[in-house]
Write a protein that binds this ligand. Structure first.
Ligand code: FUL
Length: 417
């Protein structure tokens, strides 16, 4: 059987692991999650907007890329597009001369962050939206502006919300991306290279399969999109640090434990995580959110920055041994599979040198983190199931933490007001 393999760009994106989402727009000034395209552009006025502060917060979080909502479902454009007046150019912000996309792009260049953009296919403001052919032209012009004027893009985010049952001209959209931003990951629709994980809670579940023949489409329909053929499509888990995607005055950041649980259930299962940090109506990421991401990243660093010294050797087909330099107490193990020949590991077990079964689980992928009651070992044996699996790395940690925090989350699939 032939195995589908990642492109170098897909593999690099998977290794980046963490991204930060910025949901920002006219909604930010009205306490809205979704609006219908009638909120006045004149209400967009973030008096203290500082894109560098946003990108610095993403750096603090440990993110390697950011994704900005250049246009959400309401159709309001954060750049001075030639396609519509419903944009920053009609707002009082920077006397109508501003360009949020350009400011975020400049901050990314300055701080060494990759930039991705979200351009909602569903547009509740565009008059031509009911006419698919006319809207396709309009949308392609918007995408061309974004793909031309802001440097290299690492990701284009196509949100399925509101678009169920609607066809867009995906072949021309794909052609335009191939021409102008061939390295960008394409999320969810069209010539996609990455997929949505299937919920907005940031949670993957074992097994995390990179090769799939159908994908979940959006939070607002249970219907999955059947693919014409199986594709290598690693998942991205998306979740907001707050209840809302956009900033609301009465909302607050999630607890540290909740964010850590999300980390284990996304990055710890071999999926990417796109964590939303919504800028407020001043145009700044609130202090409480900055403090929380610093706390989160600090705790991740504390747990994972110092693996216990070990060497890895093969011990027969599908079997690997990690020898620690000395007897070592561990409560976490991280594994990495070699993905160059595709995702091969379907199951795996970890045993201690005195043959206790420590872990029994499914996929490994780009990274798999296990947590368990502390054990003292000299070596660990890792047995891999699958065709020709190759283990790239094993790292053992002693963190003082022996379980993943419990999270009682409510998955919401109701469309927002
Ligand atoms: C959803 C949208 O409807 C939300 O407003 C948000 O943008 C989220 C990331 O995707 O489907």
């Amino acid at each position: 059987m032939a195995y589908l393999t990642p492109t170098p760009a897909q593999l690099a994106w998977q290794k980046d692991g963490l991204g930060v989402f910025f949901h920002f727009g006219v909604n930010t000034f009205h306490g809205k999650e979704w609006s219908d395209g009638t909120l006045p552009a004149s209400s967009f006025n973030p008096a203290e907007l500082d894109a560098e502060q946003w990108v610095a917060a993403a750096l603090d979080a440990g993110a390697k890329y950011v994704v900005l909502t250049a246009k959400h479902h309401d159709g309001f454009c954060l750049w001075p597009t030639a396609t519509t007046d419903y944009s920053v150019a009609s707002s009082p912000w920077r006397d109508g001369q501003g360009d949020v996309v350009a400011e975020v792009a400049a901050a990314c260049r300055k701080l060494g962050m990759k930039l991705g953009l979200y351009l909602s296919p569903w547009d509740r403001n565009a008059e031509c939206y009911p006419d698919p052919a006319a809207y396709d032209e309009f949308y392609l012009r918007q995408l061309r502006e974004l793909c031309t004027n802001y440097g290299e893009l690492c990701e284009l985010w196509f949100d399925g919300a509101g678009s169920h049952g609607r066809e867009y001209d995906w072949s021309r959209i794909a052609g335009l991306i191939a021409e102008l931003q061939p390295g960008a990951m394409v999320f969810n629709m069209g010539a996609h290279t990455i997929r949505w994980v299937g919920n907005e809670d940031g949670l993957a579940a074992d097994p995390v399969e990179y090769v799939v023949d159908q994908t979940d489409f959006s939070n607002y329909t249970v219907l999955a999109a059947k693919l014409e053929e199986a594709l290598y499509l690693p998942p991205e888990c998306d979740v907001s640090i707050r209840r809302g995607w956009f900033w609301h005055p009465d909302d607050e950041p999630k607890e540290l434990d909740h964010l850590l649980a999300i980390h284990y259930r996304s990055i710890g299962l071999g999926a990417n995580l796109l964590l939303n940090l919504p800028p407020d109506n001043r145009g700044l990421i609130p202090d409480a959110d900055v403090a929380r991401v610093r706390e989160f990243a600090g705790e991740v660093r504390r747990r994972f920055q110092a693996p216990r010294p070990a060497t890895l050797r093969t011990a027969g087909p599908g079997t690997w041994v990690a020898d620690f330099e000395q007897e070592t107490t561990l409560d976490h193990v991280a594994l990495a599979e070699n993905l160059l020949a595709g995702q091969r590991v379907t199951g795996h077990r970890i045993r201690t040198n005195d043959d206790r079964l420590l872990v029994e689980a499914g996929t490994i992928g780009v990274q798999r983190i296990h947590v368990f009651e502390a054990v003292t070992v000299r070596s660990l044996t890792i047995e891999l199931d699958g065709a020709g699996p190759v283990l790239d790395a094993v790292a053992g940690f002693s963190t003082g933490v022996e379980s993943i925090p419990d999270i009682n989350y409510l998955a919401t699939t109701d469309a927002p007001d």
